[in-house]
Design a protein. Structure first.
Length: 164
């Protein structure tokens, strides 16, 4: 039996502004959902924050690669939409992302985390892979010290495409 990702609508930071977001607009595209946190105050280890930031920058720098493979990336964060917007728009030299094209969704009340049944993003990374029909294909938790990288994300999608 296929388990479908529940449809949802919310506000998200997308390409420089807060916009309405609907998962329905991502039908026909494989999607990687990344649940994590970018709030440095929650971590005693600044290296972890830097690793998260670096992963997000690498994802942004590879946007064309993801698009060519028909993969969307959606970042879900337990931060306010204004915190996300500030982080995304702060220059890289000042500790931000310097812009971000993929949707970044505020999940400050853990609504989406609960809907998807994932652990607290403060404990690490939750990665969910959905196929082009929005069926759950993979769900993994990565502890803080095992942050996934681009190759890991692509391998998750590609291995699941083979089993579709």
């Amino acid at each position: 039996m296929k388990m479908h990702i529940p449809s949802f609508m919310c506000e998200a930071y997308i390409k420089g502004s807060i916009e309405n977001f609907s998962l329905d607009s991502y039908i026909n595209k494989w999607t990687i959902f990344i649940f994590t946190s970018i709030d440095l105050e929650n971590y005693q280890n600044e290296d972890y924050f830097g690793s998260i930031r670096n992963l997000l920058i690498i994802i942004e720098e590879n946007i064309t690669f993801f698009e060519k493979k028909g993969i969307e990336v959606i970042i879900i964060l337990p931060e306010t939409k204004n915190y996300i917007k500030d982080f995304a728009e702060t220059s890289r030299n000042e500790g931000g992302l310097g812009g971000f094209s993929f949707p970044m969704i505020s999940d400050i009340n853990a609504t989406l985390s609960n809907l998807f049944g994932v652990k607290s993003a403060l404990d690490g990374f939750n990665i969910i892979v959905a196929d082009d029909e929005k069926c759950l294909k993979d769900k993994r938790f990565f502890e803080i010290q095992n942050i996934p990288y681009i190759d890991d994300l692509l391998q998750l999608v590609e291995s699941n495409r083979k089993t579709k």
